[in-house]
Design a protein around this ligand. Structure first.
Ligand SMILES: Cc1cc2nc3c(=O)[nH]c(=O)nc-3n(C[C@H](O)[C@H](O)[C@H](O)COP(=O)(O)O)c2cc1C
Length: 160
């Protein structure tokens, strides 16, 4: 199968997740092309699947990733898997801190991208992949790229 892994990224963390997904899909025998929405306004219209990823910023996805999700042809993608992923800050372990922070983290960019896709009748394959970054700019927390690879591997398996 062949598809696109579209992403936005300011500091490079979401790009790393996108690359890990692409690598894993290709390792599983599929073709996957990266699409950086900062460099191209192309909207994928062909293929068997599409991933759309964004950093979570001010609770939301970036404008560019939102645009792509709104522009995906609902007819072309209605019955093909659309997968969303994002990066976000760490969830504090202290309950009081968690309570304050959680509205900034959940549902985050991935949840909002999913909501747009679902509203448009696209076949969102859930639950989304959400990867944690340390601090505000990253790097990715330990194990997050492995999590992304495992997620992509399960997805690749589901395409068989
Ligand atoms: C201006 C700004 C706003 C942010 N807002 C949030 C937020 O609301 N929720 C959250 O979980 N992380 C937030 N973060 C952390 C980002 O999620 C983090 O920078 C991003 O995951 C890194 O991905 P990137 O390297 O692909 O840009 C924010 C970071 C910046 C710089």
């Amino acid at each position: 199968m062949r598809g696109v892994v579209a992403f936005d990224s300011v500091f490079g963390n979401t790009r790393q997740v996108a690359e890990a997904i692409r690598d894993e899909l290709e390792r599983a025998g599929h073709q996957a092309a990266l699409l950086n929405v900062r460099e191209s306004r192309e909207v994928p219209s062909e293929g068997d699947f599409v991933f759309v990823g964004s950093p979570t910023r001010f609770k939301k996805m970036t404008g560019r990733s939102k645009r792509l999700m709104r522009k995906l042809d609902a007819k072309a993608w209605a019955s093909k898997p659309v997968v969303v992923f994002d990066t976000h800050s760490e969830i504090p372990t202290d309950p009081a801190e968690r309570e304050k922070a959680i509205k900034w983290i959940e549902p985050g960019a991935a949840g909002r991208l999913s909501a747009i896709a679902e509203k448009r009748g696209l076949a969102v394959r859930g639950p989304p992949l959400r990867c944690v970054v340390k601090g505000m700019k990253g790097p990715l927390a330990e194990g997050e790229l492995d999590k992304a690879r495992a997620y992509a591997s399960r997805f690749a398996e589901s395409l068989r």
